[in-house]
Ligand binder design. Structure first.
Ligand SMILES: NC(=O)N[C@@H](CC(=O)O)C(=O)O
Ligand SMILES: [Zn+2]
Ligand SMILES: [Zn+2]
Length: 428
C-alpha cells in the first residue's frame, strides 16, 4: 500500500510512504507497485499511531457500556494503535485469567493492540497485593499495574507494590486521590462548588498523594506513573520530583478534558461533566497545557470512561464519574496544544505516541517513521473540522462532554502493522 504525499510530522515537503508486510518499506518519491492500494494524503500530517495508557473498555462485566470490540473501534477511529485497558472491570483484572481474557479478546478483534492493566491490589480493595508477577509473566505480559478508580492509599502497600515492580520491570500507575479528603466530594473545591452547593474535592487530595508517591518511588528506585494530573500543584510537585537526582523514574499523563474543560461547565448540573478527578479551574487547565508542552507532564491519556445511560443520565450525586475520550483526543489536543502554538506535530507525536510507548515499554509502538519500522501510523487532516455527536461515536455509550462542539483535527487513516483499521471515519 502507498500513502502518497504525506507530510511526516507535519514537516517539510510531502513524501510517499510505501508499506509492505506490516512495515514501512520505503519513503521518498515512490512508484506504486501495480497491485498497491493508493491513499492520497494531499499533504496531511503522518504521525506514529497513538498509544493510550488509560482506557476503560468495561469488558468483562459491563458490556452494556462498552466492549473490547466497540472500544477498539473507537480507538482505531481516534488514531490509536495501542491502548491500555484499566483493571476496574467485573471481575477485576487482578489475576492471570482475566488479563489473558482481555488480551485475547483484543487480539481477536484486531483493531488495536489491547494491553490489559493489572490491578495492584486484590479486587481493587487496597488491602493486599495482587499477584503482579503471575500477571506480568502471563500470555498478556502485563507491563502496567493500577487500581485506577481507586487510590492505593495505604503507604505501606504502595511502597511494597513499587518495590516488587522493580524486579518485574513494570510500572505502577497511581490514581492519586487521598480518600479521606474526598469523602462525598462532587466537584472541584472552589468558587463554583460553593456557589452550586457541591461538596468540594480539594486539589490537595491529589497533590499530597503525588508528593508521597514520588518520594516512595525514588527510595524504591521504581517507576511511578501518575494518572490524570488535574491541578497546577501536581504539575509543580512533578517538576520538583523530576528535577531531583532521583533514582526512581516518574512519568505523568493529562487527559484531553483537563486541558480543555473547566468547572464553570458545572453550572448546568449536567452529569456528563462529572469526572474523577473533577474538572478544575481555567488557571489549572492553562498550567497543565504548559506542563505538557514543557515535558513535566509526559503524555496525553484519554481516561476514556464509557457509562450506560442509567448510570450517567441521572441526578448529579448518583451519576458515575467519567467521560468518553478515544475519538475526540486528537481534536482536543489540536485545539488546546497545536492551535495555541504550544506544540507542533512533532510534539503531538511525542505526547500521544512516543512517550506513552516508552513508559509502557512497548517496542513496536511510538517508533520513528523510517523504513524498516512497523507500520503503526496515523494520518491526520490538520485543517479539517468536525462536530462531535455522541450518538455517532463508535462507543456503545454516548457520554461525551463535547456534544455539539466543533473541533479541529480529523483522523483520516489508521494503520496497525500495515493493515488499515480505520479510514475516513469508518472501521475497515
Ligand atoms: N475517570 C473517571 O471518572 N472514572 C473512571 C475511573 C477513574 O479513572 O478514576 C471510570 O472507571 O469510570
Ligand atoms: Zn482514575
Ligand atoms: Zn480511569
Amino acid at each position: 500500500m502507498l500513502i502518497r504525499g504525506a507530510r511526516l510530522y507535519g514537516e517539510g515537503e510531502p513524501v510517499d510512504v510505501l508499506v509492505a508486510d506490516g512495515v514501512i518499506a520505503e519513503i521518498g518519491s515512490v512508484q506504486a507497485p501495480g497491485d498497491a492500494e493508493v491513499v492520497e494524503a494531499r499533504g496531511q500530517v503522518l504521525l506514529p499511531g497513538f498509544v493510550d495508557l488509560h482506557t476503560h473498555l468495561r469488558e468483562p462485566g459491563r458490556e452494556d457500556a462498552e466492549t473490547i470490540e466497540t472500544g477498539s473501534a473507537a480507538a482505531a477511529l481516534g488514531g490509536y494503535t495501542a491502548v491500555f485497558a484499566m483493571a476496574n472491570t467485573d471481575p477485576v483484572a487482578d489475576n492471570a485469567v482475566v488479563v489473558e481474557h482481555v488480551w485475547r479478546r483484543g487480539r481477536e478483534t484486531g483493531l488495536v493492540d489491547v494491553h490489559p492493566v493489572g490491578a495492584v491490589t486484590v479486587g481493587l480493595k487496597g488491602e493486599k497485593l495482587a499477584e503482579l508477577g503471575t500477571m506480568a509473566k502471563s500470555a498478556a505480559g502485563v507491563r502496567m499495574f493500577s487500581d485506577d478508580g481507586h487510590c492505593v492509599a495505604d503507604p505501606l502497600l504502595m511502597r511494597r507494590a513499587l518495590e516488587y515492580s522493580t524486579a518485574l520491570d513494570v510500572v505502577i500507575a497511581q490514581h492519586a486521590e487521598e480518600p479521606r479528603l474526598t469523602v462525598g466530594a462532587q466537584a472541584h473545591e472552589g468558587e463554583t462548588a460553593s456557589r452550586l452547593g457541591y461538596a468540594g474535592w480539594p486539589a490537595s487530595a491529589e497533590e499530597s498523594i503525588v508528593a508521597r508517591d514520588c518520594l516512595l518511588a525514588e527510595h524504591a528506585r521504581a517507576r511511578l506513573h501518575v494518572c490524570h494530573v488535574s491541578t497546577k500543584g501536581t504539575a509543580d510537585v512533578l517538576r520538583w520530583a523530576k528535577n531531583r537526582q532521583s533514582t526512581g523514574v516518574i512519568s505523568a499523563e493529562v487527559t484531553p478534558h483537563h486541558l480543555l474543560l473547566t468547572d464553570e461547565r458545572l453550572a448546568t448540573y449536567d452529569p456528563v461533566n462529572k469526572v474523577n478527578p473533577p474538572l478544575r479551574t481555567a488557571s489549572d487547565a492553562a498550567h497543565l497545557r504548559a506542563a505538557l508542552a514543557e515535558g513535566v507532564i509526559d503524555c496525553v491519556a484519554t481516561d476514556h470512561a464509557p457509562h450506560a445511560v442509567q448510570d450517567k443520565d441521572c441526578e448529579w450525586a448518583a451519576a458515575r464519574p467519567g467521560m468518553l475520550g478515544l475519538q475526540t483526543a486528537l481534536s482536543v489536543v489540536t485545539e488546546t496544544m497545536v492551535r495555541t502554538g504550544l506544540l507542533d506535530w512533532r510534539g503531538v507525536a511525542r505526547v500521544m505516541s512516543e512517550r506513552p510507548a516508552e513508559i509502557a515499554g512497548l517496542a513496536d509502538q511510538g517508533r520513528p517513521i523510517v523504513a524498516g519500522e512497523p507500520a503503526n501510523l496515523t494520518l491526520v487532516d490538520p485543517d479539517a473540522e468536525w462536530t462531535v455527536r455522541g450518538a455517532e461515536l463508535a462507543s456503545l455509550a454516548a457520554n461525551t462532554p463535547y456534544e455539539g462542539m466543533r473541533l479541529p483535527g480529523v483522523v483520516t487513516l489508521t494503520l496497525l502493522r500495515g493493515q488499515i483499521t480505520a479510514r475516513e471515519g469508518k472501521i475497515v
